[in-house]
Design a protein around this ligand. Sequence first.
Ligand code: HEC
Ligand code: HEC
Length: 298
Amino acid sequence: MKRWLKWAAVLAGVLAVVAAGAAFAGLQLAERKMQRKVEVDVRPVAFTSDAAALERGRYLYASRGCVDCHGANGGGRTFVEDGESLRIRGPNISPGPGSVVAGYGPGDWVRAIRHGVARGGRPLMIMPSEDYNRFTDADLAALVAYVRALPPAEGGPAIVQLPLPARVLYGFGAIHDAAGKIDHSQPPAQPVPEGVNVAHGAYVANMCLGCHGPQLAGGRIPGGPPDWPAAPNLTPGQGTVMVRYADAESMLRLFRSGKRHDGSEVKVMPFESLKEMSETDVRALHLYLKGLQPKPQG
Ligand code: HEC
Ligand code: HEC
């Protein structure tokens, strides 16, 4: 055998062992990270059941993504599945059999929704609590009132099966869980007047952060499957998609239909929720996005 061929084979072997070792180390780290205990200073929000809160809670549940992953009845549903190594199912959060929120007190709801941490301190893996951290106390109370009042539905715990590369990246800290992204020391957001104004638009835009990035400048969605397109830049900077949405009407059409002006389908976006968003919320959101400082893509 030629000498260099032999060395190339040895080198390839060494690299394979190093890669397997790194993957193994990454999985170990991931396991440890998933089992870590996250301590947060939770400020409980008192339970309520008044009619206005229930109605507001119904609206938030339907329009802010909960329905996409937990189902309209709260019983949980499988929302990503590639038939191979990827499968994610939201758990049952209704008061029915198999519910994961049985016995949840006021502080437990705040810990899960606002901080991305389960009752015992375990970080939630998939739930985008970074999008929900800025809920005002009143909105959080309304949401919880609605979920607690849901009729009991069947459904079990969450299923979180992630492909090996995603787990290794998580282990090495290239992908973070929501609890790792949230600044837990921030006080709850103060209410702003609901209407077509920039402050309210910024409030609504919180639910876009998990996918479009903390600056709304887009980029690949961390931990998303390889076939997901990158989230585009929503600021008026490089590569922005807002050129297609010069007025609020065009954005309303997108939210209602899930399609661009040319009829092509927009992937990944949670339109089941977004189509429920009120006209006021969409118009305020549009006003806010138009006024953002330009940022480079990603
Ligand atoms: C992208 C999917 C997704 C969205 C959107 C989502 N959840 Fe979840 N949620 C999950 C998954 C998955 C879990 C299981 C834990 C995890 O993240 O690994 C969970 C867990 C929970 C839990 C229970 C935590 C525990 O103790 O196990 C509550 C309560 C909850 N979600 C409420 C909500 C509410 C309310 C909303 C809307 C404001 C919402 N979720 C939006 C996916 C989602
Ligand atoms: C679950 C992730 C996710 C969430 C949540 C999300 N987006 Fe997106 N968004 C995407 C992805 C991915 C694309 C690119 C889709 C494509 O190219 O098919 C996109 C595309 C867009 C587009 C461009 C549509 C076009 O013409 O190509 C706009 C505008 C947009 N999002 C606005 C928003 C706003 C505003 C919010 C919050 C209310 C939001 N998105 C929430 C993932 C998300």
